[in-house]
Design a protein around this ligand. Structure first.
Ligand SMILES: NC(=O)c1ccc[n+]([C@@H]2O[C@H](COP(=O)([O-])OP(=O)(O)OC[C@H]3O[C@@H](n4cnc5c(N)ncnc54)[C@H](O)[C@@H]3O)[C@@H](O)[C@H]2O)c1
Length: 441
């Protein structure tokens, strides 16, 4: 039996241990999935407060059961730590650290590099390292492997390497880690066999591909597909507004076609860690090949203009009430980037609030999932806000109530009853009978 077969057997018998680097939105569901099927897991992070919170059962991500994580720690089945000196202990190391863009909108792989450097210091023979962070094709081979090999070990000979993109969809009740098929590309046959075995343990359907690059690109393609289609429907919405046609009705009608159509919905702009960012990883890499990714650029242009369109819409809606935006009280409902999550990253609400403030509006907000809007690195001058309660008084005091995220917890009838003017960017008010105060954008 070869070394790879021995590790596969160890994984199948749950004798192998798993290390997850990055205990965030992606890392913690992975921990949970491996724990559920009987593995012992190490969790590595650079942020001590995350480790402390996990040990204390204190939540920092709303939809994750921190009670379950705490119990796993108490049983000795989950070991969260900032001590990368223990990186040699797990048999399998999964990397799920952030891959943002830098100030000039280029890939920022600092967290991936740092993690690989930490791993290289303790890497031992027969470990599997899998990158899960979203990134451009070539990263695992060109960035990760050279750093890992500073350990003196050779990838594909002494240790195994693979790339497997994450498809976690926080807040989606229809899917969990186990039921979302997972694409896996590896350096060579041994790495592929070990990586397949790891994911087979927690996921119903593993989809092997012939290379790590194909796996890397498949993820970026998925998110580019979304970004481009959202841009298309955002443009359609702007045209519909001009033509006086309800874009939502058009989408619903088109969606009755049982083949060849997939609905996408317009909104106030792109948000989240993935869709606004990932396509630009590809654009950056394509430049190396003198290739310009025109669809991505155009989609980016349309989507990033949406917050400005929303502010224009607010201005016109106030104008129709003989009010100006300057000095108006605008109550923003929902600042998370999508419904029913507590994630503010890249949220278009931040951009919209920033533009509204610059135009002299007075801002308050409510978000049942985000009690405080702390200072963000993109908007250092924006004041810190605390979510206000939704009462007849707070709703009635606003010149405009602006719905940016359609959380299920909102009672639209109640909002409509007490507001003076409701501006709806999400079709959240579709079931509200009295339309007299509602402006759909
Ligand atoms: N959030 C999603 O829904 C989602 C979905 C699919 C893919 N992804 C991708 O997964 C990756 C991780 O995203 P996330 O949403 O989990 O991020 P996150 O910010 O929620 O979590 C990342 C964690 O990594 C930690 N970290 C940062 N640098 C580190 C280092 N050098 N070593 C160890 N830990 C470090 C951070 O402290 C944080 O706890 C990104 O590439 C992202 O694009 C995210």
């Amino acid at each position: 039996m070869g070394a790879a077969d021995i590790l596969v057997k160890k994984i199948e018998n749950r004798e192998a241990t798993v290390g997850v680097c990055g205990l965030g939105y992606v890392g913690l569901p992975l921990v949970r999935a491996f724990h559920k099927v009987g593995f012992t897991i190490y969790g590595f992070d650079i942020d001590q407060s995350k480790v402390d919170n996990i040990l204390a059962g204190k939540s920092y991500i709303e939809h994750i059961d921190f009670g379950e994580l705490k119990s796993a720690c108490e049983e000795g089945k989950f070991i969260p730590t900032t001590d990368f000196g223990r990186i040699g202990e797990p048999d399998v190391i999964l990397i799920a650290v952030p891959t943002p863009l830098n100030q000039t909108r280029e890939p920022d792989l600092e967290a991936v590099r740092n993690t690989c450097e930490q791993i290289a210091k303790g890497l031992r023979k027969e470990q599997l390292v899998v990158l899960e962070s979203t990134t451009y094709p070539g990263t695992t081979e060109e960035v990760c492997i050279p750093i890992l090999e500073t350990s003196g070990l050779k990838a594909g000979e002494d240790f195994y390497v693979a790339y497997s993109p994450e498809r976690e969809d926080p807040g989606n009740p229809n899917f969990e880690t186990r039921t979302i098929p997972k694409v896996v590309g590896a350096l060579e046959a041994g790495s592929q066999a070990v990586a397949n075995a790891v994911y087979h343990a927690i996921i119903e359907k593993v989809v092997p591909v012939s290379s790590m690059k194909a796996a890397e690109l498949s993820k970026i393609f998925e998110n580019t597909f979304r970004a481009v289609n959202i841009a298309l429907v955002n443009e359609l919405k702007l045209m519909c507004l001009r033509m006086g046609i309800d874009v939502w009705e058009v989408i619903d009608a088109a969606s009755t076609k049982p083949f060849g159509f997939m609905p996408f919905y317009p909104g106030p702009g792109l948000g989240g860690h993935c869709i606004p960012i990932d396509p630009f990883y590809l654009t950056w890499k394509a430049r190396e090949y003198d290739f310009s990714t025109r669809f991505i650029e155009l989609a980016g242009e349309i989507n990033s203009n949406m917050p400005y369109e929303v502010v224009d819409g607010v201005m016109h809606a106030l104008n129709d009430k003989s009010k100006s935006l300057k000095g108006a009280n605008v109550l923003v409902l929902g600042v998370a980037y999508k419904k029913n999550v507590d994630d503010l990253r890249e949220s278009p609400s931040l951009k919209i609030i920033d533009i509204l403030l610059k135009k002299g509006a007075k801002i308050s907000y409510n978000d049942p999932h985000i009690p405080v809007m702390k200072k963000s690195r993109h908007y250092p001058n924006m004041p810190e806000y605390t979510s206000v309660a939704l009462t007849p008084e707070t709703l009635g005091a606003a010149d405009a109530v602006l719905i940016l995220t359609d959380h299920d917890r909102y009672d639209q009838e109640f909002i409509n009853k007490h507001a003076q003017l409701v501006i709806d960017t999400r079709n959240a008010t579709k079931k509200v009978a009295d339309r007299s105060k509602i402006v759909k954008l």
